[in-house]
Write a protein that binds this ligand. Sequence first.
Ligand SMILES: Nc1ncnc2c1ncn2[C@@H]1O[C@H](COP(=O)(O)OP(=O)(O)O)[C@@H](O)[C@H]1O
Ligand SMILES: [Mg+2]
Length: 210
Amino acid sequence: MELNIENLHKKYGDKAILDIPLLTVEEGKITGITGPNGSGKSTLLNTISGIDRDFHGKVSYNGEPLNKDVARNMTYVFQKPYLFRRKVYDNIAYPLKLRKIHKDKIKELVDEVIKRLEIADLIDKRGHQLSGGESQKVALARALVFRPKLLLLDEPTSNIDPESIKVLEREIVRFNEETKGTVLIVTHNLDQAQRICNDIIYLNFGRVSD
Ligand SMILES: Nc1ncnc2c1ncn2[C@@H]1O[C@H](COP(=O)(O)OP(=O)(O)O)[C@@H](O)[C@H]1O
Ligand SMILES: [Mg+2]
């Protein structure tokens, strides 16, 4: 899915948080968003995902406004993910159930993503029993499992140990290569952005800089 932003203005009170005249996120690529704390990275993902509608300007998705079809094909993994108090397996299966996938197929897809993300040791735990880093892994699995056309990730490895970071980066890249899904990933780790991203957007005080 291609993303186009035109004249995006977002304020909190009197304070301008985002001011982006024009920005295109190309289809099928991994685009990084980086910049200092408070530069508006999470706010930008909030506006793109539709959870924050209180802004001026236009965001379009393959030329369309945010509609049901767009929403169905997009997902947003928060930095502090919200998981259900159910088993990890059920958390990951949830987007597939929502899309009425047959239960045999659900099992196949969930088992595969669990294997790929190397989280088999977590499947019998419940959502609220996980550490911050474990929750991030499960939330990423829940996002990848239904093969979204637009994947929004907010610092998905911020609580993750170095070995697991390698696994997550590998799987984000593999997802992108296999499905051609567009990935927009916020990271303040420039090395990470350089490792996995095709393009990098620098945000500073809510503006895109070169
Ligand atoms: N709900 C809110 N109310 C008021 N100000 C907010 C709110 N959320 C974020 N901000 C402010 O907006 C700016 C950008 O925040 P954010 O997008 O979270 O930055 P980043 O993700 O780049 O660290 C910061 O100055 C932050 O304090
Ligand atoms: Mg943030």
